[in-house]
Design a protein. Structure first.
Length: 220
């Protein structure tokens, strides 16, 4: 373990997308690369934290020197998160699918000549951030959520802070054209109960480093 301001602290980080199965060969996913969550986990590790990194199927490899727990679905992610508690802080950077397919087919859905195209029904996934932030007994001291939005970024993120019961929201604008989702840079606004702080556009590693320092400050 590295020496540093987070030595002796356990921080849980979620990252990446989730995959929600339709049948054994098909799934619903989203465009999250896992890059920002991975960078946050590495930065926390560099400050001396013990990091549990719960990741969906990301397109970047997990960092070295953290405990990696791989999951596919939102429900698996919730179980892994609950198993990882207690933690001093939780940073929930995963792009968890809001919905899963209500009736997963356990055999491949076949195309039948002349038959109508299938339709999917969706069911709501558990809200992992909300359940961690609102768990009375096992709540980490600091719970940080992410908000990827394409419009009204600030208003949506502020509403999310209240709705989810978390301490901070890292808000980012992932509109097409920003190049943020899947890109190397991020422009975030850090939102807490006391205000909204816009950060300059920075490499994701630098956003992570600054966020890790903030977290260390809050846990000190
Ligand atoms: O509601 P929305 O998905 O926009 O919230 C984003 C934040 O909530 C992220 O921090 C994400 O990791 C978390 N989240 C979650 N479980 C869900 C949906 C979102 O933990 N089912």
């Amino acid at each position: 373990l590295a020496a540093g301001p987070l030595m002796g602290k356990h921080v849980l980080v979620t990252s990446g997308p989730t995959h929600e199965p339709i049948d054994p060969v098909r799934y619903i996913a989203n465009r999250s690369s896992g890059a920002q969550g991975t960078a946050v986990a590495a930065a926390l590790r560099d400050l001396g934290a013990r990091v549990t990194f719960v990741t969906g199927p990301a397109s970047v490899p997990p960092p070295q020197g953290v405990q990696v727990v791989r999951v596919d679905t939102a429900r698996e992610m919730l179980a892994a998160v609950e198993a990882a508690l207690p933690a001093d802080a939780a940073v929930m950077a995963a792009a968890v699918a809001d919905w899963r397919v209500a009736e997963e087919s356990h055999s491949k859905i076949k195309k039948v000549a002349g038959a109508a195209a299938p339709s999917l029904r969706f069911a709501e996934n558990p809200d992992i951030l909300k359940s961690v932030a609102q768990s009375p007994d096992r709540r980490p001291r600091l719970v940080v959520g992410f908000a990827a939005e394409t419009d009204d970024v600030l208003a949506h993120a502020q509403a999310k802070l209240a709705r989810k019961g978390c301490d901070w929201i890292v808000a980012n604008d992932v509109s097409p054209g920003t190049g943020i989702m899947g890109g190397a840079e991020n422009a975030i606004t850090l939102i807490s109960a006391t205000g909204a702080e816009p950060w300059p556009r920075l490499p994701k590693d630098e956003v992570a480093r600054r966020l890790a320092l903030r977290i260390a400050g809050a846990l000190a």
